[in-house]
Design a protein around this ligand. Sequence first.
Ligand SMILES: CC(C)=CCC/C(C)=C/CC/C(C)=C/CC/C(C)=C/CC/C(C)=C/CC/C(C)=C/CC/C(C)=C/COP(=O)(O)OP(=O)(O)O
Ligand SMILES: O=P(O)(O)OC[C@@H](O)CO
Ligand SMILES: [Mg+2]
Length: 230
Amino acid sequence: MNKLSEWKHVFKLDPQKTLSDHDLQLILESGTDAVIIGGTDGVTFENVSDLFDRVQPYDVPCLLEVSDIEVIAPEFDGYLIPMVLNSREKKWMLDIHHQAVKEYGDIMDWDQMVVEGYCVLNEKAKVFKHANCYLPDEEDVLAYARMAEHMFHLPVFYLEYSGTYGDPELVKKITNELQHTTVVYGGGIRSSKQAEEMSACADVIVVGNVLYEDLDAALKTVSVAKKSNF
Ligand SMILES: CC(C)=CCC/C(C)=C/CC/C(C)=C/CC/C(C)=C/CC/C(C)=C/CC/C(C)=C/CC/C(C)=C/COP(=O)(O)OP(=O)(O)O
Ligand SMILES: O=P(O)(O)OC[C@@H](O)CO
Ligand SMILES: [Mg+2]
C-alpha cells in the first residue's frame, strides 16, 4: 500500500475535533487524494474508530497515522508509522516501533505499512515537545533526507511544520534532492496561495488545522495542489 507517491493533496483529520456530517461530506467530496486520521495527543481508539466509520462510506482512501499503539483499529486502507528523525531520544525512532512489532508482528500486513521519516521543524508544535526534538538547521535536514532515502529506504520523508507555514526554499531543496522517497510537507497552509506555493516545492501537501477554522479556505487548497506538476 503506497499510492502516496501518486498523491498531491491530503487532508489530516484530528479525531479529537468536531466536524458536522455536512462539513465532513464537503471534505470527502472535495477531490482530495486521501485523508489521514491522526494527531499528537487526545487520540483514542474510540474517537479514531468513530471518525473512521463516518469516513468509510466515501470513496476516499483513509489512512491511520499511528501515534499510539493503543489506537490501532482494523480496516484502514493503510497505516502510517512515524519515525521522528530529529528526536533526541531513540525511543521515538526505534524503541516504540520495536515493542509494537514484537507484539503485533505475527498479524501485521506489511504491505499496508508506510514508514514516514519525520523531521519536525516548528519548535512550537505539540509534536516537537512530545517527541523531545531539537531544531535542525538546513544541513541537518538535508542529511536526514539523504539518510531517509539512501540508508533507510523510507517511502516518505515528512517535513512537519505543524501549526506554522514553513520555508518553501528549504522544502524545494529537499524535494529536488530525493529521487525515490516521497517528500510530504505539512504545516500552516491556510490559503490556496500557500497551497499553490508549497505544492510547487513538495511532492504532497497535507492540510490540517484550517479545516476546523476556515473550511472554505481549506477546500480551495485541493484544486490548486492537484494542478501542480511538480
Ligand atoms: C489489527 C491491525 C490492523 C494491526 C496492524 C498492526 C499495526 C499497524 C502495527 C503497528 C506497527 C508499528 C511499528 C507501530 C508503531 C507505533 C508507534 C506508536 C510509533 C510511534 C509513533 C510516534 C513517533 C509518535 C510521536 C508523535 C508523532 C510523530 C505523531 C505523528 C503525527 C503527528 C506529527 C501529528 C501532528 O499532529 P498535529 O496536528 O500537530 O497535532 P495536534 O493538532 O494534536 O497539535
Ligand atoms: O495542521 P496544519 O498546521 O495544517 O499541519 C498539518 C499537518 O502537517 C500536521 O501533522
Ligand atoms: Mg492537528
